[in-house]
Ligand binder design. Sequence first.
Ligand code: PHB
Length: 402
Amino acid sequence: MAMQASTTRRGLLAGGAAAAVAGAALGTARRSAAQRGGGEAVRIGLILPMTGPFASTGRQVEAAVRAYLGANGETFGGRRVELLVRDDTGVAPDITRRLAQELVVRERVRFLAGFGLTPLALAAAPIATEAKVPMVVMAAATSIIVQRSPYILRTSFTLPQATVPIADWAARNGIRNCATLVSDYAPGLDAERAFKERFTAAGGRVPLELRAPLRNPDFAPFLQRVHDAKPEALFIFVPSGEGAAAMKQFAERGLREAGIRLIGTGDLTDDDILNDMGEPAIGVVTSHHYSAAHDSAENRAFLAAYRRVAPDVRPNFMAVGGWDGMHLIAEGLKRAGGGASGDQLLAAMKGLSWTSPRGPITIDANTRDIVQDIYIRRVERRDGQLWNIEFDRIAQVRDPGT
Ligand code: PHB
């Protein structure tokens, strides 16, 4: 078994010399761990955008994972865990793939985790499959991701899961025609499709469907078109980090004055940057799985643990994906034991349920995707700060595609 796994891992690295170097490094690591006692540490490869346009996602997820370890200790199933954080810059799937490969082959990580954007998660999926290493997707949110490897489990969300409730809400609240504006890549297309299907099924009309480039987007021309078309509302999906620019342009183009209501998934009113959006964000209604304003004991404990690691940052939905992803790994180690194989760990993690800072969640045993409550929220000012205030809840939503 051990031989097989190591042969597979070596097969991943082109060139025997590199494998030999890896083997030597591994021997040293094993001996020093054994000298410390308690068995070899469990290494977790955390691949995140720590620089570049999506660095806020990396910072949020890493802080949450460290907060989890700070609050719960670093030993699970008799083994200490060791984090290996790697920056994939957020925009280059080739880099993510190479980092995943190196972590598996040279560093012998027992888990791959993180994955800030869909193309990056997709790039790493074949590595997880080939190495039989569980891969915990803590951030990326296109439906299809979990189907790309039987070793993938997800603790973030899916765009259709978050979008269907706001489409229903819009139809129920007298909005009869609503334009859409999404980032032009997989999660945006998921959101666009889910919104249109659901909203039109309820009798609504989508007069305009716009897609802005993912990189360096200029939302102004798109919002001008929406202004000219004058729908009753505009639905926006942009990935975490880009909401402020979209909100600013919405205000500057005078869409609010024109009477166009703004709705979206909660990626738009991201807690990390919500306060900086100011007045234009107030009243915006979104649907999502997490708000830092969520009122529960688990969320208060999460906020306190997070504050100890990152006192100046408000955790957002990416952070809660990181916290829960680390919980999933910790529970897998406790249940299967610190020395378990990738397959045993995967089996132990499938089907787990717990109360997250966001509310009750389950990792579905068959799809390995997350089932969770989705909240309808409105941006309000409370005590001088802007918050996503939850006012309705749709219980235990699955990805509609699965
Ligand atoms: C994704 O690329 O899957 C993604 C990134 C950021 C989000 C949502 C989805 O806010």
